[in-house]
Ligand binder design. Structure first.
Ligand code: FES
Length: 161
């Protein structure tokens, strides 16, 4: 499917300028992905297809590169992020119950999203002796309990909060 960027969208004009600066050279892929992510805040699939076509690269290759590097995000950013550490130390202290509570209350899967929240698990957040650890945006809760998860989700979903 051919993708045509809307000419009224200044973000696409920035991407087009970067594409023309690199004159369709496939070696510029990583740099163009960085540009696209800076401009759009993430890498929408239609933009990846547009870049692939502009560089005459297979779309699967461009998607593969974009999904390989953790620096790139293929999902639209959400207003809030909740991370539950599932590293060994946190796991033995009850992290699985935190994650289960979060799944139930968000009604989304691990690493899933709601309209306003991205739920993630982590391998270690670097404070193993104080786990289980729960991160809500930039706030870290140590010795977290399921009530902390419930309270945080309620706060994040309260538009007045
Ligand atoms: S295992 Fe959770 S902080 Fe290290």
């Amino acid at each position: 499917m051919e993708y045509t960027p809307p000419h009224t969208d200044s973000r696409h004009k920035q991407l087009d300028r970067a594409l023309s600066r690199h004159q369709g050279r496939p070696e510029a892929l990583i740099e163009l992905l960085h540009t696209a992510q800076d401009v759009f805040g993430y890498l929408p699939r239609d933009v990846l297809a547009y870049i692939a076509d502009a560089l005459s690269l297979p779309r699967s290759r461009v998607f593969g590169v974009a999904s390989f590097y953790p620096l790139f995000s293929l999902e639209k950013p959400r207003a809030h992020e909740m991370t539950i550490c599932m590293g060994t130390a946190c796991y033995v202290n009850g992290a699985a119950a935190l994650l289960r509570t979060a799944h139930e209350e968000c009604q989304c899967e691990e690493n899933g999203t709601t309209d306003s929240l991205r739920l993630r698990s982590a391998h270690c957040l670097g404070a193993c002796g104080r786990g289980p650890l729960l991160q809500v945006d930039h706030r870290t809760i140590v010795d977290a309990r399921t009530e902390d998860v419930s309270n945080a989700i309620a706060e994040l979903q309260d538009p007045e909060g």
